[in-house]
Ligand binder design. Sequence first.
Ligand code: HEM
Length: 257
Amino acid sequence: MVVHLLTNATVLNGAGSFQDKVITIHSLGAVLPLIEWVFIFLPILFHAIFGFVIIAGGLPNTNSYPYVSNIRYTLQRATGIIAFLFIMWHVFHLHGWIHADWWITRIYDLNGAQFKPYNAATSASLALQPIIFAILYAVGVLACVFHLANGVWTMGITWGVWVSPRAQRVASHVCTVFGVGLAVVGLSALVGMRNMASTEDSLREAREAENTAVQTAIDLGKITDDPHKQLSEEELESHLKSNDSDQSSETSAAPQH
Ligand code: HEM
Protein backbone atom coordinates (compact mmCIF):
# COMPACT_ATOMS: atom_id res chain seq x y z
CA MET A 1 0.00 0.00 0.00
CA VAL A 2 2.89 2.36 0.82
CA VAL A 3 4.53 1.65 -2.55
CA HIS A 4 1.17 1.96 -4.32
CA LEU A 5 0.31 5.35 -2.81
CA LEU A 6 3.83 6.71 -3.36
CA THR A 7 3.70 5.54 -6.99
CA ASN A 8 0.32 7.23 -7.46
CA ALA A 9 1.68 10.43 -5.92
CA THR A 10 4.33 10.69 -8.67
CA VAL A 11 1.44 12.05 -10.77
CA LEU A 12 2.18 15.33 -8.98
CA ASN A 13 5.40 15.45 -11.09
CA GLY A 14 3.29 15.23 -14.24
CA ALA A 15 1.54 12.56 -16.31
CA GLY A 16 4.83 11.45 -17.93
CA SER A 17 6.40 10.70 -14.55
CA PHE A 18 3.47 8.47 -13.45
CA GLN A 19 3.41 6.85 -16.90
CA ASP A 20 7.09 5.85 -16.53
CA LYS A 21 6.28 4.00 -13.28
CA VAL A 22 3.34 2.19 -14.87
CA ILE A 23 5.54 1.23 -17.85
CA THR A 24 8.08 -0.29 -15.44
CA ILE A 25 5.31 -2.36 -13.83
CA HIS A 26 3.85 -3.43 -17.19
CA SER A 27 7.28 -4.31 -18.58
CA LEU A 28 6.87 -7.48 -16.45
CA GLY A 29 4.56 -8.66 -19.25
CA ALA A 30 2.84 -12.04 -18.85
CA VAL A 31 4.27 -12.50 -15.31
CA LEU A 32 2.33 -9.47 -14.03
CA PRO A 33 -1.03 -11.25 -13.37
CA LEU A 34 0.85 -13.99 -11.47
CA ILE A 35 2.64 -11.39 -9.33
CA GLU A 36 -0.64 -9.55 -8.71
CA TRP A 37 -2.40 -12.72 -7.55
CA VAL A 38 0.44 -14.18 -5.45
CA PHE A 39 1.63 -10.97 -3.79
CA ILE A 40 -1.46 -8.73 -3.78
CA PHE A 41 -4.89 -10.34 -4.28
CA LEU A 42 -4.43 -13.65 -2.40
CA PRO A 43 -2.72 -12.04 0.64
CA ILE A 44 -5.48 -9.38 0.81
CA LEU A 45 -8.18 -12.06 0.52
CA PHE A 46 -6.46 -14.16 3.22
CA HIS A 47 -6.22 -11.11 5.49
CA ALA A 48 -9.89 -10.20 4.81
CA ILE A 49 -11.24 -13.70 5.55
CA PHE A 50 -9.10 -13.98 8.70
CA GLY A 51 -10.16 -10.44 9.69
CA PHE A 52 -13.87 -11.24 9.41
CA VAL A 53 -13.32 -14.33 11.59
CA ILE A 54 -11.63 -12.11 14.23
CA ILE A 55 -14.44 -9.52 14.02
CA ALA A 56 -17.06 -12.25 14.47
CA GLY A 57 -15.37 -13.28 17.74
CA GLY A 58 -14.98 -9.72 19.11
CA LEU A 59 -17.14 -7.94 21.70
CA PRO A 60 -17.09 -4.12 21.25
CA ASN A 61 -17.82 -2.39 24.55
CA THR A 62 -16.90 1.25 23.85
CA ASN A 63 -20.24 2.44 25.28
CA SER A 64 -19.36 1.07 28.73
CA TYR A 65 -15.59 1.74 28.59
CA PRO A 66 -14.86 4.74 26.28
CA TYR A 67 -11.04 4.53 26.69
CA VAL A 68 -8.80 5.56 23.76
CA SER A 69 -7.42 2.02 23.33
CA ASN A 70 -10.93 0.63 23.36
CA ILE A 71 -12.07 3.12 20.69
CA ARG A 72 -9.00 2.16 18.62
CA TYR A 73 -10.02 -1.52 18.98
CA THR A 74 -13.46 -0.77 17.53
CA LEU A 75 -12.08 1.58 14.85
CA GLN A 76 -9.60 -1.11 13.75
CA ARG A 77 -12.55 -3.42 13.04
CA ALA A 78 -14.71 -0.73 11.41
CA THR A 79 -11.89 0.47 9.11
CA GLY A 80 -11.12 -3.16 8.23
CA ILE A 81 -14.66 -3.60 6.89
CA ILE A 82 -14.55 -0.24 5.03
CA ALA A 83 -11.09 -1.07 3.61
CA PHE A 84 -12.31 -4.45 2.35
CA LEU A 85 -15.38 -2.97 0.63
CA PHE A 86 -13.26 -0.13 -0.81
CA ILE A 87 -10.54 -2.44 -2.17
CA MET A 88 -13.12 -4.77 -3.79
CA TRP A 89 -14.82 -1.82 -5.51
CA HIS A 90 -11.56 0.02 -6.31
CA VAL A 91 -9.99 -3.01 -8.02
CA PHE A 92 -13.23 -3.52 -10.00
CA HIS A 93 -13.41 0.18 -10.90
CA LEU A 94 -9.85 0.62 -12.19
CA HIS A 95 -8.30 -2.80 -12.71
CA GLY A 96 -11.37 -4.95 -13.49
CA TRP A 97 -10.49 -7.97 -11.25
CA ILE A 98 -9.55 -10.23 -14.16
CA HIS A 99 -8.09 -9.28 -17.51
CA ALA A 100 -10.07 -11.42 -19.96
CA ASP A 101 -11.28 -9.41 -22.97
CA TRP A 102 -14.87 -10.77 -22.81
CA TRP A 103 -15.11 -9.62 -19.17
CA ILE A 104 -13.38 -6.23 -19.57
CA THR A 105 -15.58 -5.17 -22.52
CA ARG A 106 -18.73 -6.09 -20.54
CA ILE A 107 -17.81 -4.24 -17.36
CA TYR A 108 -16.40 -1.07 -19.01
CA ASP A 109 -19.91 0.40 -19.41
CA LEU A 110 -20.67 -0.58 -15.82
CA ASN A 111 -17.81 1.63 -14.62
CA GLY A 112 -15.34 -1.22 -14.31
CA ALA A 113 -11.79 -1.62 -15.69
CA GLN A 114 -11.53 2.12 -16.37
CA PHE A 115 -7.74 2.22 -16.02
CA LYS A 116 -5.79 2.15 -19.30
CA PRO A 117 -2.14 1.42 -18.44
CA TYR A 118 -0.77 3.17 -21.57
CA ASN A 119 -2.72 6.36 -20.73
CA ALA A 120 -2.34 5.91 -17.00
CA ALA A 121 -3.00 9.31 -15.45
CA THR A 122 -5.60 10.50 -17.97
CA SER A 123 -7.72 7.32 -17.73
CA ALA A 124 -7.47 7.25 -13.91
CA SER A 125 -8.28 10.94 -13.77
CA LEU A 126 -11.37 10.59 -15.95
CA ALA A 127 -12.52 7.66 -13.82
CA LEU A 128 -12.19 9.72 -10.64
CA GLN A 129 -14.13 12.79 -11.84
CA PRO A 130 -17.59 12.10 -10.33
CA ILE A 131 -17.48 13.91 -7.00
CA ILE A 132 -19.13 10.97 -5.20
CA PHE A 133 -16.24 8.75 -6.38
CA ALA A 134 -13.68 11.27 -5.11
CA ILE A 135 -15.39 11.27 -1.69
CA LEU A 136 -15.57 7.45 -1.57
CA TYR A 137 -11.87 7.26 -2.51
CA ALA A 138 -10.92 9.73 0.24
CA VAL A 139 -12.89 7.67 2.80
CA GLY A 140 -11.35 4.43 1.47
CA VAL A 141 -7.79 5.78 1.54
CA LEU A 142 -8.19 7.11 5.10
CA ALA A 143 -9.74 3.83 6.31
CA CYS A 144 -6.87 1.82 4.75
CA VAL A 145 -4.23 4.14 6.22
CA PHE A 146 -5.74 4.03 9.75
CA HIS A 147 -6.11 0.25 9.53
CA LEU A 148 -2.45 -0.14 8.51
CA ALA A 149 -0.91 2.36 10.97
CA ASN A 150 -3.01 1.26 13.96
CA GLY A 151 -2.65 -2.39 12.90
CA VAL A 152 1.16 -2.16 12.99
CA TRP A 153 0.96 -0.73 16.52
CA THR A 154 -1.36 -3.47 17.84
CA MET A 155 0.66 -6.12 16.01
CA GLY A 156 3.75 -4.95 17.90
CA ILE A 157 1.86 -5.44 21.18
CA THR A 158 0.46 -8.87 20.22
CA TRP A 159 3.86 -10.09 19.07
CA GLY A 160 5.66 -8.69 22.13
CA VAL A 161 7.79 -6.19 20.16
CA TRP A 162 6.85 -3.21 22.36
CA VAL A 163 6.02 -4.50 25.84
CA SER A 164 6.50 -1.77 28.48
CA PRO A 165 3.98 1.12 28.71
CA ARG A 166 6.75 3.55 27.65
CA ALA A 167 7.73 1.48 24.60
CA GLN A 168 4.06 1.23 23.63
CA ARG A 169 3.66 5.02 23.94
CA VAL A 170 6.73 5.68 21.75
CA ALA A 171 5.54 3.11 19.19
CA SER A 172 2.11 4.75 19.19
CA HIS A 173 3.68 8.15 18.35
CA VAL A 174 5.80 6.62 15.57
CA CYS A 175 2.75 4.87 14.07
CA THR A 176 0.74 8.10 14.26
CA VAL A 177 3.43 10.06 12.37
CA PHE A 178 3.64 7.24 9.80
CA GLY A 179 -0.17 7.21 9.38
CA VAL A 180 -0.51 10.98 9.05
CA GLY A 181 2.35 11.05 6.50
CA LEU A 182 0.80 8.24 4.45
CA ALA A 183 -2.63 9.90 4.59
CA VAL A 184 -1.10 13.10 3.17
CA VAL A 185 0.60 11.10 0.39
CA GLY A 186 -2.63 9.20 -0.45
CA LEU A 187 -4.90 12.25 -0.48
CA SER A 188 -2.33 14.27 -2.50
CA ALA A 189 -2.23 11.43 -5.04
CA LEU A 190 -6.02 11.47 -5.25
CA VAL A 191 -6.22 15.23 -5.78
CA GLY A 192 -3.28 15.24 -8.22
CA MET A 193 -4.78 12.38 -10.24
CA ARG A 194 -8.19 14.04 -10.38
CA ASN A 195 -6.83 17.45 -11.38
CA MET A 196 -5.23 15.98 -14.48
CA ALA A 197 -8.62 16.13 -16.20
CA SER A 198 -9.73 19.47 -14.76
CA THR A 199 -9.67 21.07 -18.24
CA GLU A 200 -9.67 19.60 -21.73
CA ASP A 201 -6.29 21.24 -22.43
CA SER A 202 -4.59 19.69 -19.39
CA LEU A 203 -6.11 16.33 -20.29
CA ARG A 204 -4.86 16.45 -23.89
CA GLU A 205 -1.42 17.67 -22.78
CA ALA A 206 -1.16 14.78 -20.29
CA ARG A 207 -2.25 12.30 -22.97
CA GLU A 208 0.48 13.59 -25.30
CA ALA A 209 3.14 13.10 -22.58
CA GLU A 210 1.85 9.56 -21.96
CA ASN A 211 1.81 8.67 -25.67
CA THR A 212 5.42 9.88 -26.05
CA ALA A 213 6.60 7.86 -23.00
CA VAL A 214 4.76 4.73 -24.22
CA GLN A 215 6.05 5.02 -27.80
CA THR A 216 9.64 5.39 -26.50
CA ALA A 217 9.21 2.29 -24.29
CA ILE A 218 7.77 0.32 -27.23
CA ASP A 219 10.71 1.39 -29.45
CA LEU A 220 13.15 0.30 -26.72
CA GLY A 221 11.38 -3.10 -26.50
CA LYS A 222 10.38 -2.60 -22.83
CA ILE A 223 6.67 -3.13 -23.53
CA THR A 224 4.66 -4.38 -26.48
CA ASP A 225 2.19 -2.32 -28.48
CA ASP A 226 -1.37 -3.01 -27.27
CA PRO A 227 -4.30 -0.77 -28.33
CA HIS A 228 -6.48 -2.29 -25.54
CA LYS A 229 -4.18 -0.63 -23.00
CA GLN A 230 -4.71 2.82 -24.55
CA LEU A 231 -7.46 5.38 -24.14
CA SER A 232 -8.61 5.65 -27.75
CA GLU A 233 -9.56 8.97 -29.38
CA GLU A 234 -13.19 7.69 -29.56
CA GLU A 235 -13.25 6.89 -25.84
CA LEU A 236 -11.79 10.29 -25.03
CA GLU A 237 -14.29 12.07 -27.32
CA SER A 238 -17.20 10.23 -25.73
CA HIS A 239 -15.98 11.26 -22.26
CA LEU A 240 -15.70 14.87 -23.41
CA LYS A 241 -19.11 14.81 -25.14
CA SER A 242 -20.92 13.38 -22.14
CA ASN A 243 -19.22 16.04 -20.08
CA ASP A 244 -20.43 18.81 -22.40
CA SER A 245 -24.01 17.68 -21.87
CA ASP A 246 -23.66 17.99 -18.10
CA GLN A 247 -24.49 21.48 -16.83
CA SER A 248 -23.00 20.86 -13.40
CA SER A 249 -19.36 20.42 -14.43
CA GLU A 250 -18.72 23.07 -17.06
CA THR A 251 -14.98 23.33 -16.48
CA SER A 252 -14.27 19.62 -16.15
CA ALA A 253 -13.40 17.08 -18.82
CA ALA A 254 -15.03 14.35 -16.77
CA PRO A 255 -17.02 11.37 -18.02
CA GLN A 256 -20.53 11.02 -16.63
CA HIS A 257 -21.36 7.68 -15.10
C1 HEM B 1 -5.14 7.81 -4.05
C2 HEM B 1 -5.91 6.76 -4.12
C3 HEM B 1 -5.64 5.63 -5.10
C4 HEM B 1 -5.44 5.69 -6.45
C5 HEM B 1 -5.45 6.93 -7.34
C6 HEM B 1 -5.23 4.33 -6.91
C7 HEM B 1 -4.97 3.96 -8.23
C8 HEM B 1 -4.94 2.66 -8.70
C9 HEM B 1 -4.83 2.27 -10.08
C10 HEM B 1 -4.68 3.24 -11.25
C11 HEM B 1 -4.90 0.92 -10.14
C12 HEM B 1 -4.88 0.02 -11.41
C13 HEM B 1 -3.52 -0.59 -11.65
C14 HEM B 1 -3.53 -1.55 -12.84
O1 HEM B 1 -4.59 -2.06 -13.21
O2 HEM B 1 -2.45 -1.79 -13.38
C15 HEM B 1 -5.00 0.43 -8.79
C16 HEM B 1 -5.06 -0.90 -8.41
C17 HEM B 1 -5.08 -1.35 -7.12
N1 HEM B 1 -5.14 -0.59 -5.96
FE1 HEM B 1 -5.19 1.42 -5.89
N2 HEM B 1 -5.27 3.48 -5.82
C18 HEM B 1 -5.53 4.24 -4.69
C19 HEM B 1 -5.65 3.78 -3.40
C20 HEM B 1 -5.55 2.46 -3.00
C21 HEM B 1 -5.59 2.00 -1.63
C22 HEM B 1 -5.76 2.88 -0.39
C23 HEM B 1 -5.46 0.64 -1.66
C24 HEM B 1 -5.45 -0.21 -0.43
C25 HEM B 1 -4.68 -1.24 -0.26
C26 HEM B 1 -5.34 0.24 -3.06
C27 HEM B 1 -5.20 -1.05 -3.53
C28 HEM B 1 -5.14 -1.43 -4.87
C29 HEM B 1 -5.07 -2.79 -5.33
C30 HEM B 1 -5.06 -4.05 -4.45
C31 HEM B 1 -5.03 -2.74 -6.74
C32 HEM B 1 -4.96 -3.91 -7.73
C33 HEM B 1 -3.51 -4.34 -7.88
C34 HEM B 1 -2.95 -4.15 -9.25
O3 HEM B 1 -3.62 -3.68 -10.18
O4 HEM B 1 -1.79 -4.48 -9.43
N3 HEM B 1 -5.39 1.38 -3.84
N4 HEM B 1 -5.03 1.53 -7.93
